[in-house]
Ligand binder design. Structure first.
Ligand SMILES: [Zn+2]
Ligand SMILES: [Zn+2]
Length: 93
């Protein structure tokens, strides 16, 4: 299923956006977007994600985490709770 705003799959965790008013960077969280069900959900990046050397790859040179902190703390299979605090794809440029 695709995002109703940008059309990309909701499980894409590599979408970066910037709040033009504050300059704050945001990144999509696949698990939060899945919980929303219709568009991507973004959290402040890197603050809400963190980095790990284990995730460093050519495509992810900074080693950032795909899921936000809150989603990573959830047991497997549990729906995101943090998505209600996120920014929607349609509210960011
Ligand atoms: Zn989107
Ligand atoms: Zn999340």
């Amino acid at each position: 299923m695709g995002c109703k705003c940008c059309g990309r799959k909701l499980n894409v965790g590599m979408i970066h956006k910037v709040d033009v008013n504050t300059g704050q960077k945001f990144k999509s969280c696949p698990h939060c977007s899945d919980a929303n069900g219709s568009e991507h959900v973004f959290h402040p990046y890197p603050a809400a994600f963190g980095k790990t050397p284990a995730r460093k790859t050519a495509r992810n040179p900074e080693g950032f985490q795909s899921y936000c902190y809150d989603c990573r703390s959830l047991p497997k299979g549990v729906t995101s709770r943090a998505h209600v605090n996120g920014k929607f794809c349609s509210s960011l440029d």
